[in-house]
Design a binder for this molecule. Sequence first.
Ligand code: GLU
Length: 283
Amino acid sequence: MDYREKLKDKKRIVFKIGSSSLTHPETGKLNLTKMEILVREITDLCNQGKEIVVVSSGAIGVGSAALGLPGKPERVEQKQACAAIGQARLMMIYQKLFAEYNQTAGQILMTKNTMVNLLNRRNAQNTFEELLRLGVIPIVNENDTISTYEIKFGDNDTLSAIVAALIGADLLVLLSDIDGLFTDDPRENPQAKFIDLVENLDDHYMQMAKESTGSLVGTGGMATKLEAARISTGAGADMVIANGKDFRVIHKIIEGKPEGTLFLANPKEEFYLIDYIDQLVNH
Ligand code: GLU
């Protein structure tokens, strides 16, 4: 069976864009050329009648670059201040670029509490449904300006998988600075082999996760990406990890081209998103 071909028929797709795919490594400022391509690719999917959600990182990095801070902010208050500046700036640019194509975008900022509290969760779900019904692209991020350790998801790999599960997406695409899953870290081990398809995400694969992608800007590593795969495939959505260095990869993935690693959905009856989130809250 050609699993890649089936990606053409996906209707509701969540894209997670990592900070390293949105910014210039030298300055941490937004890479506008790349963002333009991203926005065009995504709007074109909407024009094909698909429902698209974007989980975009970059708030803290963009805020820190705007303030001219040296390196990554470390103190919680500093990160929150950077996010307050960066998130607004990020949205301003997204709105402007989407407007060029007559596409409307909206913002949804979440914390763990949005998911844990039943009322909040239902509200969030309704907002997503309504925005998608209206043909709007929700742009999601963690609410970094107010979220502290207790209420943080911590990384957007996890957040994007939770969003995919919450809205019943049929595909999640993680775009980051790695090509996909390898048998070992390819930067350390030249013998590492690329894995094109994961049909059943068992412990053997989970072992392959390493703690870092080598990225200086993002938060997630391969471990969080495989955790995201566990959530999304368990909830019934296929997942692709691919390199976001050229966002034209987006239409290639949806055309069924062999880009990145594809994890097949494996909906589990015992998968309850809320149990999963309880685990997150309690650790
Ligand atoms: N929410 C963080 C930000 O926008 C990014 C988290 C991540 O990189 O996974 O800066």
